[in-house]
Design a protein around this ligand. Sequence first.
Ligand code: MSP
Length: 650
Amino acid sequence: MSCHKKAYITTPIYYVNDIAHIGHAYTTIIADTLARYSRMSGLETFFLTGTDEHGQKIEESAKARGKTAQAYADEISATFKTLWDDFDISYDKFIRTTDEAHKKGAQKAFTTMHAKGDVYKDVYKGHYCISCETFFPVTQLVDDEFCPECGKSTTIVEEESYFFKLSKYQDRLLAWYEKNPDCILPRNKRNEVIRFVEGGLQDLSITRTSFDWGVKIPENLNDPKHVMYVWLDALTNYITALGYGEDEKDMDFWPARVHLIGKDILRFHAIYWPAFLMSLDLPLPKHIAAHGWWTRDGEKMSKSKGNVVNPREVADAYGLDNFRYFMLREVPFGGDGDFSQKALIDRINSDLGNDLGNLLNRLIGMSGKYFEGRVDSELVSRYYQKELDEVNASLAKLEPMLFEMQIHKYLEELWRPLTVANKSIDQYQPWRLMKEGREEEAMALNGLIAAILAKVSVMLHPVMPDVCSKIATALGFVIDNSSWNHLIQEHGLLEHFTIEKIPPLFPRIEVPLLEQAIPNDTQSKAPKPTQKEATTQKSEGIAMIGIDQFFQTSLKVGTIVDAQEVPKSKKLLLLQVDIGEENPRQVVAGIKEWYSATDLVGTQACVVANLKPAKLMGLKSEGMLLAAKDSNGLSLIRPETPKTAGTPIG
Ligand code: MSP
């Protein structure tokens, strides 16, 4: 973190021509996570979000619905605000570009740029994409007509316009990118911007006259037919929200620590915005961080396909914190991500249920069984210093990852302490310690597990605030700046406490809880499982199938006749398994963490014999071994006594 004791974090302001979808939720949730972490770590934090309400696109959408632009903007802006409130997004200000204070601030910026000699009047002739609110030279159009960004038809504009001398800033922009390798994240995006700017910048048209739903340019220019170009109006929100041009009361939060955006609006933020700021003699943002694009089940989301992911529906069905965790863990920042219920369910059942929830249950179980729920950390260091060191080393790596936008890595690293905890239970076996009368060690082990859970829940809190507060309550502490200091910065442990039993945090999910989005023309007639049906099936542990369906799977006893490590793979072993056929089957199995190749040869396993062959790391796999995995690790399922290779199972 820099020595700037304040942190200003922003989302884009969302257009009010549509209701929020998963893409909007993603940006907002990342920003919320950063803001929560900032506050927890003691920084004075200002988190801004809001709505972008002017421009031709909004004016046309309102007209199409028979509403005034203002009424329409009020309506949609409110849906964003309500969603963020329901999602407990910790914004400090929700700005609307129709706010009077914003309009005045935007005009002040225009006046300042004009006074600086950076604005001149001319005629704009060219193409405009209303959907993207962007001007394009003909050379960039597809087939001389269509928008290179969204593919829609552009309109030809020929009107008087004020221009901003963007070209004047080309060299200063390049120098800024050069001097600040992290100003645009991920770093490869910075290279794209540099290449674009090196290609030459043209001056930018910053006013329009053919419609009037926008901020008027300053009155002293005596040109009332001009309204500001919506992107100039919108970008200035980042400073008008702090009082720029008005009372300036929060301007000491400037420059922004990070502007979070999607990759589609990088050019506006990484080229226009810094150039405007240079013209205004204001410092430039520390980071502009551009994330990737979400698709659904591998397809682009669109209203016409009816496959847009509604964040409220997902959060209602699966839990808000689970949804937050999924989005941040699933996709490397900057990369594109795919939303599927399967991927979401896997994350909930596996990372959250098996690794985290189960650990808490184990601690509740062990401390309840042996110590009436008491947990005492006094002797943890005596017996488990090695584990503590490992955990603290992992935790020390986290903060920089967060502000370098390596959020998925942050979460991956945060899971290491959980592995240490689960492994320690397996290794030291509290039941054995108790049987051997080594109570002190068993208590210290509980202290270790409690400390790990506490530390993880502090660092996970910005991502999963509600769940982590519950874990903290069970462990008798509160997550705030002082517990962050004590547990993370100072490597402290928990005090003596009595654990509170709480219901399982991540009940297993067996079936998708939402209707699958299917392109409209092939809409499935299959009814969506009701919450009740889904939970009934859940409690039975599995969706019901008929016996005939079961017998479609060919299960056989196999003898492993050869086993090799797969080069460069941490997980895979290459096995030859005799299932009574002429040649052994080649099976690639992800079991290396639990079995060594040499130990396997000569043992038996249950093989799924009629799976379509698949390729793993370039190796053909002609079957699958049955195995069971819980937090204690993985075991192959084998016949109790040896059976002839190829014996059918059923
Ligand atoms: N109003 C402008 C931003 C002005 S900021 C000064 C705007 N609004 S938007 O509502 O169209 O988009 C807002 C954000 O949503 C953008 O960052 C965009 O990248 C993001 N997303 C829109 N669709 C998305 C996905 N399918 N996936 C991920 N993010 C997406 O642009």
